[in-house]
Write a protein that binds this ligand. Structure first.
Ligand code: AQP
Length: 335
């Protein structure tokens, strides 16, 4: 069976280190082991939170630049915009018709986001996971690399695939596997080690943006919340120190060391020293990506050509799948 990845990012707010490490880096790691890779910029999902739609065009191009600058070759792989492939919303409708409301009500992201805006919770936010299932299953994707927060949605996608296959009594969809890399599964906020780093956090100091310059990165790390204790050499001691754990974990990722090695290096040291070394390691890793993103964003027409090529490939793959799906639903086909 052909192995195929489908994953994406919502073009909302500022793309940050959590999106980069939790999603994009695990995509890059898998490029050589998977037959076909499709990376989407899920602009229609951005519409589920109305405040995000005003900068949609700019954010869409920034995400495309981030994918390419991080190492996804747009010629060998397919980078495209969700709204350029209308089959996603068609398939989402079919899924809405076979997905119990109880399944969608259990989604923790829906509960969190709906709670923040109780008087203005729109239907789109509620059915978002059915559209995400369509994003993945339209391609018959076999693997979905995501951060930990999206695991529940990928599990729901498997349930929807299974329910649809049963409904039409045919194995149309494979059950896609979520791929979640332990060390980068959940990058935490720099202001609160119990909250994930997130685009919607009101504080810019909670996250490092991919377009932050070196001084801003250093400042955000200097201002990151910590505690007063020096570091011990026991990994288990970090369980009660979420902010320390997050910073040390970032250092371990950027220096490609184990947490044990990092604790050995910093045992007895104060946070001023740790933060200074973390700043250097982060800047070292992120600066070439930022510079490449800026270069790509300055050549918008080339970026748009890549996105058109990606949309053509996506539409060509999905079109016959949709015919099979419509046929399985007994829709009258006149083509
Ligand atoms: N903090 C994180 N750590 C690891 N992975 C993360 N991801 C997001 N935050 C972290 C992963 O990034 C991918 C794209 O996410 P998204 O933009 O589609 O939606 P999200 O998960 O809701 O991301 P944000 O940044 O938190 O946005 P808002 O604040 O708008 O909700 C996914 O694979 C996600 O797991």
């Amino acid at each position: 069976m052909t192995t195929r990845i489908l994953s994406g990012i919502r073009p909302t707010g500022h793309i940050h280190l959590g999106n980069y490490l939790g999603a994009i880096c695990s995509w890059v790691d898998m490029l050589n082991t998977i037959d076909e890779c499709f990376f989407c910029i899920v602009d229609q999902h951005a519409l589920t939170t109305a405040e995000d739609s005003k900068d949609l065009r700019k954010n869409t191009l920034t995400i495309a630049a981030a994918y390419i600058a991080s190492g996804i070759d747009p010629v060998k792989n397919h980078i495209f915009i969700q709204s350029h492939v209308p089959y996603h919303t068609e398939l989402a409708w079919y899924f809405n018709c076979i997905t119990p409301m109880g399944w969608l009500s259990r989604m923790t992201q829906f509960k969190d986001k709906a709670n923040k805006n109780k008087d203005h919770t729109m239907t789109g936010l509620f059915v978002y996971p059915a559209l995400m299932a369509a994003d993945i299953l339209a391609y018959k994707a076999t693997h979905v690399p995501v951060g930990e927060d999206q695991k529940q949605h990928v599990e729901l996608t498997r349930d929807i695939a299974h329910a649809f296959n049963n409904y039409v009594d045919k194995q149309i969809f494979p059950l896609p596997e979520p791929i979640i890399k332990k060390e980068t599964a959940r990058i935490m906020s720099l202001r609160d080690g119990l909250k994930k780093m997130s685009k919607s956090d009101p504080s810019d100091y909670s996250r490092i943006h991919l377009l932050d310059d070196n001084e801003t990165i250093a400042l955000k790390i200097r201002k990151a919340k910590t505690d007063a204790e020096p570091i011990s050499n026991l990994v288990s001691d970090l369980e009660s120190r979420p902010e320390a754990k997050n910073l040390l974990n970032l250092y371990a990722i950027f220096t490609q060391n184990s947490m044990e090695k990092v604790l050995e290096e910093f045992e007895g040291k104060l946070f001023s020293e740790i933060k200074s070394k973390l700043s250097d390691a982060t800047i070292n890793h992120m600066e070439p990506i930022r510079l490449q993103m800026i270069k790509l964003l300055n050549d918008e027409s080339t970026l748009i050509q890549h996105l058109k090529k990606g949309a053509n490939a996506a539409n060509s793959l999905v079109e016959p799948h949709m015919q099979e799906i419509r046929h399985s639903l007994n829709l009258l086909l006149c083509l």
